[in-house]
Design a protein around this ligand. Sequence first.
Ligand code: GLY
Length: 424
Amino acid sequence: MKVLIVGGGGREHALAWAAAKSPRVEKLYCAPGNAGISSVAECVPIGPMEFDRLVAFAKEKKIDLTIVGMDDPLVGGIVDVFEAEGLRVFGPRKNAAILEGSKAFSKDLMQKYGIPTAEYTTVTSPEEAYAFLRTASYPTVLKADGLALGKGVLICENEEQARAGVREIMEDRKFGDSGNRMVIEQFMTGREISVLSFVDGKTIRPMASAMDHKRAKDGDEGLNTGGMGNFSPSPFYTEEVDAFCRKYIYQPTVDAMAAEGRPFTGVIFFGLMLTPDGPKVLEYNARFGDPEAQVVLPRMKNDLIDVVEACVDGRLDEVELEFGDDACLCVVLASDGYPLSYEKGFPITGLETFEGKDDEFVFHAGTAFNEKGEIVTSGGRVLAVTAVADTLQEARAKAYAATERVHFANKYMRHDIGHAIDEV
Ligand code: GLY
């Protein structure tokens, strides 16, 4: 079959890599893709929000299945557009992608259906926000309602910081319309865990757990980023936690969306906090995580295409997911200065040292070819150097050793990805 993947980051490279392993895939395309993705798929220069061009391409090439990796096109309704044209596509429709597209929607859903999460209020004007903040308890969390490249969440230690946050989100409109509304949420303490799950509208199959490192600097300091490294599984995601989440969070979320007339098909990413009062939902995303996909997919034994098709066809109940007893860890190599400003266009060397390996991968996030045909840096997050091993400790040692084989000017990484492994 012919498969198209929409997106061009590290997550889409991991998806393309997994799809290319399927014996059922005879031709793989990725729009727009990147330099690394071009080693497993034909990249086509169409942007993820160019729905009409993507539809035309899918029709021209007789694409059998399109997999949408990114949040923006999903929240923008790409699945509805493809379905209206009779094209098979994997991802939530617009009315279900709102689970990620609106923080206020997701909080109201959780409150209505008794899904554990932090106390919150939604405000629609700066005045309302300032009034609420006068009597709030601190720290408190401000969340821009809409998509904000993972940067619309501010943890504020006191009222002064929170007022500055309101100015940034609602008055200066740093995240545009995403700041029309804002959720103000009680701060939760505990360990954060990411659980991605396949969903077909009624059945949910959680994948292996993972743990992100969102801050830019060692010691979980610095600005929030899309994710500087990840590992799977999380040693803190015990059988007890899993059982609780399945009963009180995962299935109830799927049932709630169906009950609201918004059946969810695709991937729900549960951002969880293991609080002293039990697991609670920190956030939902309507897609694979990045770089969660880079550490979860290498551990999955199922054929990705089989699982995706079962979701699209509404027969996920027939599928059991299988994950290895192994562990996987990735370290993001970024451009120094990320997530603020950084230079790009620097040639990358050492990528060939990963060729032919089945336990060390380099997933490309921000790479491109220059006019000389060299692979160069083209984004903030550049590569995810990923290793699979028997244990998390070994995967970490292997991944960090592998980062030494890759060179580019301005290379920046955290040196403590997986530090929580030592705290078990
Ligand atoms: N790594 C977090 C995310 O994909 O949103």
